[in-house]
Design a protein around this ligand. Structure first.
Ligand code: ADP
Length: 479
């Protein structure tokens, strides 16, 4: 059984969790220990004790440890990608790509540890010097979801450690395998004991400790809106810094002048790749009248050619849904869409098994047409391979539909018009805008995040990560 890492020691918890492969539910990926509140408190204490020394560690020490972790992740990309695909269900190329991203993120933040500097500013007073510097925050509680089992932990853990913080990491219950593998790598990368701690466990107890404990200075969370609101309330009530990434209902606009191949390719990717289980996925495709019917026909044709199957089988385009409760939610939304009067023109069928007869949570990608902006399938995050087409009269109406949402993570447009592309980049109410590209699929060295109900607090990734993981100090000296 794989254990938790607390204060440098591998530690067993009171319970265990059996990690099941969603592509073949007979396949056990492994058994993982599950911590209770006490172990979470031990991990917080270990991180708190390690912080004074780590906060004063040299940039070289931090660079070396982060760089070593990045190198090992990259060197083991095939094996770690296989594990990720096996426990989460995204396809092998997607899973290997996610592992590479995680490795690159550690390399990027290794460099950032060296590049952290400040400003020397002339004072408005004679003889006084002013320095503005960044210092680590303290112990960071990191709570992550199941859909990116290694990349999301990486893009929180790497900057936290790079800027001199200590970490207590609570991964999602469904994907302990990638989290444990990452912890194993970090345990050998050169971080002193207690600087990084892994506590696998439930949100209701391990997660709750991270929200409540006064020794946790900052909480970085990615997950559902409902949990995010709880995290924010708990953090704000005790003055902890908080950063949230939550849901999306990302629009993808297709204009009459779009290149049809580009539009369909991006919409298929946005809607259905990674089984639609990305917060940057687009489940809302807004199509102007002149191209609507051609676009829908091309989508249906492309969807019929998608291969649904075992995440690790060669040629699979779309793996299974992550588990039975997510599958039930997807099917419920498909039923809701039909009840609301939308037309299901493709997919939406739970298969039960793959082509080899292995039992898994397979769902054929679903496409609705004849939808309206007020339908629940166009307003609520489904988080599965379910997309709907919303017909718009023209660009202005398409833009209005695109922004008519409680979320604001990513927004895409397919157009060959510089005028509309430029206007959309400025007027889409989202943290990330894509022109002739899928709404999902982002670089690792630039900021990631949204607005409205999607995100709260400073941006993640790239140099902007320093905003959350450091606190600013202004020092005055009379010469
Ligand atoms: P998802 O739908 O992706 O599972 P959740 O918001 O339920 O989204 O879970 C995201 C992360 O938040 C997981 O690691 C989960 O264990 C954790 N979590 C769930 N409930 C709580 C809670 N009450 N307090 C802290 N963390 C929680």
């Amino acid at each position: 059984m794989k254990l938790n890492l607390i204060g440098g020691a591998w530690t067993e918890g009171p319970r265990s969790y059996r990690n099941i492969n969603p592509s073949d539910t007979r396949d056990v990926v492994g058994d993982y220990t599950v911590a209770g509140r006490e172990q979470a408190l031990d991990a917080v204490a270990a991180a708190h004790a390690a912080f004074p020394a780590w906060s004063l560690s040299t940039p070289q020490q931090r660079f070396d440890a982060l760089d070593a972790a990045g190198s090992e992740i990259l060197a083991r990309k095939a094996e770690l990608g296989d594990l990720l695909a096996r426990e989460e269900g995204k396809t092998l190329p997607e899973a290997v790509g996610e592992v590479v991203r995680a490795g690159n993120i550690f390399k990027f933040f290794a460099g950032e540890a060296l590049r952290t500097g400040g400003e020397v500013v002339p004072s408005v007073r004679p003889g006084v010097g002013v320095e503005v510097t960044r210092e680590p925050l303290g112990v960071i509680g990191i709570i992550t979801p199941w859909n990116f089992p290694i990349a999301i932990p990486a893009w929180k853990i790497a900057p936290a450690l790079a800027y001199g913080n200590c970490v207590v990491f609570k991964p999602a219950e469904l994907v302990p395998g990638s989290a444990w593998a990452l912890a194993d790598i970090l345990s050998r990368a050169g971080f002193p004991p207690g600087v990084f701690n892994l506590v696998m466990g439930r949100g209701s107890d391990v997660g709750a400790v991270l929200l409540e404990d006064e020794r946790i200075a900052g909480i970085s969370f990615t997950g559902s809106v409902a949990t995010g609101k709880r995290v924010a309330a708990a953090a704000v009530s005790r003055g902890a810094k908080v950063q949230l990434e939550m849901g999306g209902k990302n629009p993808f606009v297709v204009l009459d002048d779009a290149d049809l191949g580009v539009a369909v390719g991006a919409a298929i990717n946005s809607g259905f790749f990674s089984t639609g289980q990305r917060c940057t996925a687009s489940s809302r495709i807004i199509v102007t009248e002149g191209i609507h019917d051609r676009f829908v026909a091309a989508m249906v044709e492309r969807m019929a050619a998608l291969k649904i199957g075992d995440a690790r089988a060669a040629g699979t385009d779309i793996g299974p849904v992550v588990d039975d409760s997510q599958l039930a939610q997807d099917l419920e939304y498909i039923a809701i869409g039909q009840a609301e009067g939308a037309r299901l023109v493709a997919g939406g069928v739970a298969l039960g098994t793959n082509a080899d007869g292995a039992p898994g949570h397979y769902l054929t990608p679903a496409l609705f047409t004849e939808t309206t902006a007020s339908m629940r399938i166009n307003r609520e995050e489904i988080f599965g391979p379910v997309a709907s087409v919303l017909r718009a009269k023209n660009y202005d109406e398409a833009l209005a539909f695109a922004n008519d949402t409680a979320f604001g993570l990513s927004a895409g447009i397919a157009t060959t018009s510089l005028k509309y592309a430029t206007h959309f980049k400025r007027h889409a109410q989202a943290g990330m805008v894509m022109v002739n590209l899928p709404t999902a699929g982002v670089d690792y060295h630039v900021p990631f995040g949204g607005r409205k109900g999607s995100s709260y607090g400073p941006r993640e990734q790239g140099r902007y990560a320093a905003e959350f993981y450091t606190t600013v100090k202004t020092a005055y000296t009379l010469a």
